[in-house]
Design a protein around this ligand. Structure first.
Ligand SMILES: Nc1nc2c(c(=O)[nH]1)N[C@H]1C(S)=C(S)[C@@H](COP(=O)(O)OP(=O)(O)OC[C@H]3O[C@@H](n4cnc5c(=O)[nH]c(N)nc54)[C@H](O)[C@@H]3O)O[C@H]1N2
Ligand SMILES: Nc1nc2c(c(=O)[nH]1)N[C@H]1C(S)=C(S)[C@@H](COP(=O)(O)OP(=O)(O)OC[C@H]3O[C@@H](n4cnc5c(=O)[nH]c(N)nc54)[C@H](O)[C@@H]3O)O[C@H]1N2
Ligand SMILES: [Mo]
Length: 766
C-alpha cells in the first residue's frame, strides 16, 4: 500500500460517498482481524507493528492504549490478548508517517486549519517541539529548553494561577498523572479538568455517595460465575471488544445476558471469538438472550420499574429481595420502598418505549438471579439524568444484595486505558484531602483547597477571559468537548496553548496567541534513558494496577516521555530549589512510585508489588468485605424522580467502529453497515416518514434548544433500527450541536446522548 510514499494529502473521501448495507449482527471474527492487518500494513512498518501486536497486554509488554478493560490473570493470557480495535490503536501510534519540520514547512497554519481531523492525524507522529507565535502564519521548530522556559515565563506572568487550566486525557500513566497534579497544585490551582468530566464523572459521583467509593465493584473473574449480566448503554463489540470474551465465557457457564440499548449493536447480539478456533467458523455465540431497544434517556425509568416490581413480587410472598443484606448494610430502604409502591409503573413502562412482554421477560430473569452484574458506559452517563439513572442502578443492585458477592456487582466500563488511574492519582478539579495532606507533609508545601474548573467550567472561563492559558496533557480538548463554535472562539482568545501530544490535532491550531506542541512518547514507545528501559503503570476498569513497557523505537530522539516533559517544566516553573525533587523523579521512575506509595491510599510497597506479573489489586471495601465508607457506614438507597424528555426527536452522538474518540481511523462503520462517509444520521422509519422524508435525503441537523442556532450541515438520512424519537450520529462531527450548559445539573458531563433536535431538508435523496 502507501508504505513508502511521501505524505499523500487527499485520501479524504467525498462528502457523499456513503454506501449503506445491512448492519451486521456478529462482532469480531477473522474478517475483523484481516481488516486491521490490511490497515496496519498501510499505516505502520509491518514488521514493527506485527512485533508490537505480540506485546499487547502481555505481562512483560505494554498496556493496550485502546480501552480500560482488564486483562486475564497472567497464566490465562492468550498469545494474542488484543482485539481489532486495539490493533488499530497501536497501528495509529506506530505509524511510519511523520509530522516533522518538513511537514510543517510545507503546510502553513491556514492550510492546516482547512484540513479535516482525519487528515491531521494521518500526518503521522510529531517529532520535535514546535511553536506558532502570536500573529505567526506557521509552526516552527523550537528547542525543548526554550519551549519549557517560555511556558514557565507565561504561567508565572499570569495575575493568578487560576488563569490557567490543565487538562488530562486518560492515556497518561499513573506516574505522569501524579507528577502533573502535583506540579499544577504547587503552581497554585486546582484547575485540573479531565476527560472523565465528559465520560464517567456521573458514575464516580453517584457511586461515591451511595457505596462510598467511585469505582466498580466487580472483578474479571466474577463474569465467569454470574447468573445474569445486564449491559446498559454500551457498545462492547466496538469499544471494549475484549469484554466479549468474558461475556462468552459467562454464557458458556450458563449466564443470561440482557442488553439494554436503543440500537441492536453487533457485539451485543452475537460474537465470534478470534482467539479460539471454534469461534472462527459458524455464526458465533449468541450473546444477548434479550435485547431491550430502549428510548434514549429512559434507563432510569426502566430500573425504577424493575425495582418496583421486585418489591411487589417480594411482598406478594415470592422472596426476591435480600432482606438480610438490606438490614445489615444499607440505609434509606424504607423511603425508597414507599416511593416505589406509589410510583406510576404504567407511565414508567410507557417512557421506556418498550413492549411490556420483553420488559417482563427480562424482569423474570433478574428476579430469579442470585448473582447479577450490571455494566454501563456512555449510554448512561451522557444524559441530563445520568446521576439519578446510576442511583437507580445502585438501588436495584442493593435490593438483590448484589454487592460484595462473587458473580455480582456494579461494573462501570471505563473508556481511556488509564482514565481510572489518573483520577486515583489526583487528577481532578476537586481535592482528595488525605492525599493532599500527605503531600503537604512530605514536601512542606501549601496546596490550594478550593475546587478548580472542570471541563465545562474551563470552557466558560476560557471563553470569557477568566482563563488565558490552556495546557493539555494528551487528548484533543477542542474537538472532544461540546459546543464547538464556542470552544473555537474560546481557544482563539487564549494567550498560550500548550499540548503534549503524539499526533497533530485541531486543539493545536486554534489560538491567535502562542501555540506550543510538545511531542510525547506513547504507550508503545521504548522509553530508554542511559541504557535502561523504563516502565510506567496503569489501573484498569477493575482496579488492577500493572506495569506497561513500550518497545518500539520512538519516532525521533527529540520525543520525550511525559514524565521527562513534566519534570523539566516543573523545574522551569517552580525553580531548581523546589522541595519536590523534580530532576530526581525524571532520572528514576521508582522514586515517583515511592512517593505515590507514601501519598496515595492502596499503593503501599508499590515498586515491589507492581513487578509481580499481573500487578496488584487496589482495595475496594464494598467488594472486599461489604464495608461502605459513607458518612454513616451504610450503602445508600436513593429516591429519584423520573422526568421523561419532552423533545420529539433526541439525538445521541456515538462512536463508529473506525475511530478512537476524535481520532478517525477510517470512514467506515462496518458493523452498522455504513461506509465511505461519516456524515449520516440514523433514524427510525416512522420519524423519517412523519417528516415527509426518505432514506437518502440530505438534511441539516439543528438543535431545538434556546440560545444561538446550533446547526450541522448536510447529513445523509439512514433508515435504521432505532426506537421512534431516538436518532443517532457520530461525534465529533455533531459536537457543535451540544450546548455547553446541556448537562445533568448535578455534574458537568455533557448530555451528548440526549440532544433535542430538528431536521431540515437540504437535498432530496435519489
Ligand atoms: N475502538 C474504540 N474503543 C474505545 C473508544 C473509541 O472511540 N474507539 N473510546 C473509549 C472511551 S474514552 C470510552 S468512554 C468508551 C465508550 O464506550 P461506549 O459507551 O460503548 O461508547 P459509545 O459509542 O458512546 O456508545 C454508547 C452506546 O450506548 C448506547 N446508548 C446511547 N444512549 C443510550 C441510552 O439512553 N440508553 C441506553 N441503554 N443505551 C444508550 C448507544 O446506542 C451505544 O451503543 O470506549 C472506549 N473504547
Ligand atoms: N458528542 C460527544 N462528545 C464526546 C463523547 C461522546 O460520546 N459524544 N465522548 C467523550 C468521552 S467519553 C471522552 S473520554 C472524550 C475524549 O477526549 P480526549 O481524550 O481529549 O480525546 P482523544 O480523541 O482520545 O485524544 C486524541 C489525542 O490524544 C493524543 N494522544 C494519543 N495518545 C497519546 C499519548 O499516549 N500521550 C499523549 N501525550 N498524547 C496522546 C493525540 O495527539 C490525539 O490527537 O471525548 C468526549 N466527547
Ligand atoms: Mo471516555
Amino acid at each position: 500500500m502507501d508504505l513508502d510514499l511521501p505524505f499523500a494529502p487527499d485520501d479524504e473521501p467525498g462528502r457523499h460517498d456513503v454506501e449503506v448495507t445491512e448492519p451486521l449482527t456478529v462482532a469480531t471474527g477473522t474478517k475483523a482481524i484481516a481488516a486491521t492487518m490490511a490497515r496496519s500494513i498501510g499505516i505502520a512498518g509491518s514488521t514493527a507493528t506485527a512485533r508490537s501486536f505480540l506485546k499487547i497486554n502481555q505481562p512483560a509488554g505494554f498496556d493496550c492504549p485502546g480501552c480500560a478493560w482488564p486483562e486475564p490473570h497472567p497464566d490465562e493470557r492468550k498469545t494474542f490478548e488484543f482485539c481489532e480495535n486495539g490493533m488499530k490503536a497501536v497501528a495509529e501510534e506506530a505509524t511510519d508517517r511523520r509530522a516533522d519540520r518538513d511537514f510543517f514547512a510545507a503546510h502553513d497554519l491556514a492550510d492546516l486549519q482547512s484540513r479535516s481531523g482525519y487528515w491531521l492525524g494521518r500526518a503521522g507522529r510529531l517529532t520535535e517541539p514546535m511553536i506558532k507565535r502570536p500573529g505567526g502564519d506557521r509552526f516552527e521548530p523550537i528547542s525543548w529548553a526554550d519551549a519549557l522556559a517560555q511556558i514557565a515565563t507565561t504561567l508565572r506572568g499570569l495575575a493568578s494561577p487560576d488563569e490557567a487550566v490543565f487538562y488530562t486525557s486518560g492515556r497518561t500513566s499513573n506516574e505522569a498523572a501524579w507528577l502533573y497534579q502535583l506540579m499544577v497544585r504547587c503552581f497554585g490551582t486546582n484547575n485540573l479538568p479531565d476527560c472523565s468530566n465528559m465520560c464517567h464523572e456521573p458514575t464516580s459521583r453517584a457511586l461515591d455517595r451511595t457505596i462510598g467509593i467511585g469505582k466498580g465493584s466487580v472483578r474479571l473473574a466474577d463474569f465467569a460465575v454470574a447468573d445474569t449480566i445486564v449491559l446498559v448503554g454500551q457498545n462492547p463489540g466496538t469499544n471494549h471488544p475484549r469484554m466479549l470474551s468474558a461475556l462468552e465465557e459467562a454464557k458458556r457457564n450458563g449466564a443470561r445476558i440482557i442488553a439494554v440499548n436503543p440500537l441492536p449493536e453487533a457485539g451485543l447480539l452475537r460474537f465470534k471469538n478470534p482467539q479460539r478456533p471454534r469461534g472462527i467458523v459458524g455464526n458465533g455465540t449468541e450473546l444477548a438472550d434479550i435485547h431491550l431497544p430502549i428510548s434514549l434517556g429512559a434507563d432510569q425509568a426502566l430500573f425504577q420499574l424493575w425495582s418496583a416490581w421486585m418489591i411487589e413480587r417480594d411482598e406478594a410472598g415470592n422472596p426476591c429481595i435480600d432482606r438480610a443484606f438490606i438490614d445489615a448494610y444499607t440505609a434509606g430502604f424504607d423511603d425508597v420502598r414507599r416511593r416505589l409502591t406509589e410510583v406510576d409503573t404504567e407511565a414508567l413502562l410507557d417512557a421506556t418505549g418498550l413492549e411490556r412482554r420483553v420488559v417482563e421477560d427480562a424482569f423474570e430473569m433478574l428476579a430469579t438471579s442470585d448473582r447479577t452484574i450490571v455494566c454501563w458506559a456512555m449510554g448512561v452517563t451522557q444524559h441530563t439524568n445520568a446521576v439519578p439513572t446510576i442511583d437507580e442502578i445502585v438501588n436495584f443492585a442493593l435490593l438483590g444484595g448484589h454487592i460484595g458477592r462473587p458473580g455480582a456487582g456494579l461494573c462501570p466500563v471505563r473508556g481511556h486505558s488509564n482514565v481510572q488511574g489518573d483520577r486515583t492519582m489526583g487528577v481532578w478539579e476537586q481535592i482528595q484531602p488525605d492525599a493532599i495532606e500527605a503531600i503537604e507533609r512530605l514536601y512542606d508545601v501549601d496546596l490550594p483547597r478550593e475546587d478548580g474548573f472542570d471541563t465545562v467550567a474551563s470552557i466558560a472561563a476560557l471563553a470569557d477571559g477568566r482563563a488565558k492559558v490552556f495546557f493539555g496533557l494528551g487528548g484533543n480538548f477542542a474537538r472532544a468537548t461540546p459546543d464547538t463554535d464556542l470552544v473555537d472562539r474560546a481557544f482563539a482568545g487564549t494567550q498560550l496553548v500548550v499540548n503534549v501530544s503524539t499526533k497533530l490535532n485541531r486543539s493545536h491550531l486554534l489560538t491567535h496567541g502562542t501555540s506550543i506542541i510538545l511531542p510525547a512518547m506513547g504507550r508503545t514507545d521504548r522509553d530508554n534513558r542511559d541504557g535502561h528501559d523504563r516502565f510506567v503503570t496503569v489501573e484498569d476498569s477493575m482496579s488492577m494496577v500493572h506495569g506497561s513497557t513500550g518497545m518500539l523505537e520512538p519516532p525521533s530522539d527529540q520525543v520525550r516521555s511525559e514524565i521527562d516533559i513534566l519534570c523539566g517544566l516543573a523545574t522551569a516553573l517552580l525553580g531548581d530549589d523546589h522541595t519536590v525533587p523534580w530532576p530526581a523523579f525524571g532520572a528514576d521512575y521508582d522514586t515517583i512510585r515511592d512517593a505515590i506509595a507514601d501519598t496515595v491510599h492502596g499503593f503501599a510497597d508499590f515498586n515491589r508489588r507492581v513487578r509481580v506479573p499481573g500487578g496488584f489489586e487496589l482495595p475496594h471495601p464494598p467488594r472486599d468485605d461489604r464495608r461502605f465508607d459513607t458518612d454513616d457506614g451504610k450503602a445508600h438507597f436513593t429516591a429519584t424522580t423520573f422526568e421523561a424528555p419532552t423533545a420529539d426527536l433526541l439525538l445521541q452522538t456515538m462512536r463508529s467502529h473506525d475511530q478512537y474518540n476524535t481520532t478517525i481511523y477510517g470512514h467506515d462503520d462496518r458493523y452498522r453497515g455504513v461506509s465511505g462517509d461519516r456524515h449520516v444520521i440514523f433514524m427510525n422509519e416512522g420519524d423519517i416518514a412523519e417528516r415527509g422524508l426518505v432514506d437518502g435525503d440530505r438534511v441539516d441537523i439543528v438543535t431545538d434548544m434556546a440560545g444561538p442556532e446550533r446547526r450541522v450541515r448536510d447529513f445523509r438520512i439512514v433508515e435504521y433500527s432505532t426506537p421512534k424519537g431516538s436518532a443517532a450520529a457520530y461525534f465529533p462531527e455533531t459536537n457543535p450541536l451540544v450546548p455547553l450548559d446541556h448537562h445533568d445539573p448535578r455534574v458537568g458531563t455533557p448530555a451528548s446522548k440526549a440532544i433535542p433536535i430538528r431536521i431540515e431538508l437540504v437535498v432530496p435523496g435519489p
